[in-house]
Design a protein around this ligand. Structure first.
Ligand SMILES: [Fe+2]
Ligand SMILES: [Fe+2]
Length: 276
């Protein structure tokens, strides 16, 4: 059994200290083996905000961690940096790579940079990214849970959010579904949900899910939507495969993150996979 912690939209600069401490406690309690920060790490891509984010990640002390930028991690008002070195501050703190891949016994996780400095907040996925990810997914171990991470969502729960969708998502979903993706993790809109994508897009040939995290620790919450993170539980030894996606909300009364919703997903291995 392995456990993945998804943290998104921390927006350091607007973080709430008690929520940060509660999240560190949750991580200590659950001891995930892999942690992914799916963008909008900072509020305005400032040096001090990245330093605070780095200190937080260091305190999390995960065995494996993946961090990708969100649109807020590119300077908005500092036009020179935005044009000539948009990821300078991100790279100083988290290293030069803007994308990452982690392969363990239980997980294949591919995290992509979907920010585009010229697009302001809108995200985009290129044909090159779509194909590269599909090619890697095809080489996955059949018993691995295959996860792609983008900052902006590949699906939204209502029409009012349409403008926030990742550009290029449909080509990506078709190719990644065929290639074996199980989950596409995202953030960006501070709204947690899980959607089975084949129920929305009938031309997809395999089941896969959009798993969205809310804002983990920021005060930039929506009305009625508290801070939240996701925990993904997966055991390659169980057959048929099963994956639990838990949403943990911050409870301001108890001062702790608590599991408020759990989805049991059944990754689609079709007839191609045999369990030996
Ligand atoms: Fe955000
Ligand atoms: Fe964002």
């Amino acid at each position: 059994m392995s456990l993945l912690l998804q943290i998104s939209d921390t927006h350091f600069g607007t973080e709430q200290a008690p929520v940060v401490e509660a999240l560190l406690q949750l991580a200590q309690r659950e001891r995930p083996s892999l942690c992914v920060l799916s963008g909008d790490i900072t509020q305005r891509a400032r040096r001090a905000q990245f330093d605070a984010a780095r200190a937080f990640v260091d305190r999390l002390a995960m065995p494996l961690q993946v961090v990708i930028p969100g649109n807020h991690d590119i300077p908005l008002f500092d036009v020179a940096t935005r044009v000539f070195a948009p990821y300078r501050h991100f790279r100083r703190v988290f290293g030069s790579a803007l994308e990452a891949e982690v392969s363990t016994a239980d997980f294949l996780l591919i995290a992509l940079n979907t920010t585009r400095p010229w697009r302001h907040k809108h995200g985009e996925i290129s044909i090159e990214q779509v194909r590269r990810v599909a090619e890697r997914l095809r080489r996955a171990d059949p018993a691995q849970l295959r996860i792609v991470v983008t900052h902006q969502p590949v699906a939204v729960p209502n029409a009012a959010e349409t403008n926030n969708l990742l550009r290029g998502r449909m080509a990506a979903l078709r190719e990644w579904s065929d290639a074996g993706a199980d989950l596409v993790l995202g953030g960006h809109i501070h709204l947690p949900y899980v959607l089975e994508l084949r129920q929305r897009f009938a031309d997809l040939r395999r089941r896969l899910w959009c798993v969205q995290a809310g804002t983990a620790v920021s005060s930039r919450i929506r009305a009625g939507v508290p801070n939240s993170v996701n925990l993904v539980r997966f055991d390659r030894a169980a057959w048929p495969l099963q994956c639990g996606v838990e949403r943990h909300d911050f409870n301001a009364v108890t001062g702790e993150f608590e599991c408020v919703e759990r989805h049991e997903l059944d990754p689609d291995r079709g007839a191609r996979t045999t369990q030996g």
